[in-house]
Design a protein around this ligand. Structure first.
Ligand code: IPE
Ligand code: IPE
Ligand code: MG
Length: 227
């Protein structure tokens, strides 16, 4: 297939509804969602995608019941261990996008370890958007520029102090579960992204669904304001 997007960002939504439809707990829904991520990491690399961003936990998700937040952090911690073990074999590089504050110490330690351990890998780059908010990202960038003494800023200045300045803007943003909104995701970087919304719930987003999305993307004409 030609015209493969270099960077695809995923708003992995619908774990709760997937679980509710099966009479399962929300926790079971998140576990099933993590399973879908595992498969995606394999399939995205095989499809020729170079970067994937996974929206795993938003700034706003702290508002959820304490028990669910705890379940999500525990699941995250286990998923990081697994990524740590498999990254040698699949040559994946790991990055994080988001704030460090409020994240459990054990999660931060694992993140730092995996980023360092995979820095030299040149396969798929997996960016985990964790404790992430796009408005926060822009505000943090502006504060960094103020701290650097800037009196006047350009677009390039702002882009250079976002959480991962070396990562190219997403070519394609996919949101599952039928919601058609960004929910505070990549507001700056999405300026010219293509969007793909599907009613499929995240745990059901398999390789066939990824291929469907890539096919739709391949048929899009990106003009960037030109003719
Ligand atoms: C996405 O699934 C996972 C996170 C936001 C952490 P949800 O938990 O939002 O599932 P729904 O939207 O309630 O179905
Ligand atoms: C967006 O999903 C955040 C993640 C997928 C991590 P939400 O379920 O939190 O979004 P809203 O609340 O429906 O907008
Ligand atoms: Mg949701």
């Amino acid at each position: 297939m030609k015209n493969i997007p270099m960077h695809v960002a995923f708003i992995m939504d619908g774990n709760g509804r997937w679980a509710a439809a099966r009479g399962k707990t929300r926790r079971a829904g998140h576990e099933a969602g993590a399973e879908a991520v595992r498969a995606l990491i394999k399939n995205a690399g095989a499809a020729g995608i170079k970067f994937i961003t996974l929206y795993a936990f938003s700034n706003e998700n702290w508002q959820r019941p304490e028990a669910e937040v705890k379940d999500l952090m525990n699941l995250l911690s286990r998923s990081l261990d697994e990524f740590d073990k498999t990254s040698k074999d699949n040559n994946a590089r790991f990055l994080v996008s988001g704030r460090r504050d409020r994240l459990p110490e054990k999660v931060l330690k694992k993140i730092d370890k995996i980023i360092a351990a995979t820095a030299g890998n040149n396969g798929l780059t997996v960016i985990l958007a964790l404790n992430y908010g796009a408005r926060q990202e822009v505000a943090d960038a502006v504060n960094a520029l103020i701290a650097a003494g800037k009196k006047n800023v350009t677009e390039t200045d702002i882009a250079a102090v976002l959480y991962n300045p070396s990562v190219p803007d997403p070519d394609l943003i996919i949101r599952t579960s039928g919601e058609c909104r960004l929910s505070n995701f990549l507001l700056w970087q999405a300026a010219y992204s293509e969007f793909y919304f599907t009613p499929v719930l995240w745990p059901d987003f398999d390789n066939a669904e990824l291929e469907k999305a890539l096919e739709v993307y391949a048929g899009r004409k990106r003009r960037f304001g030109n003719v």
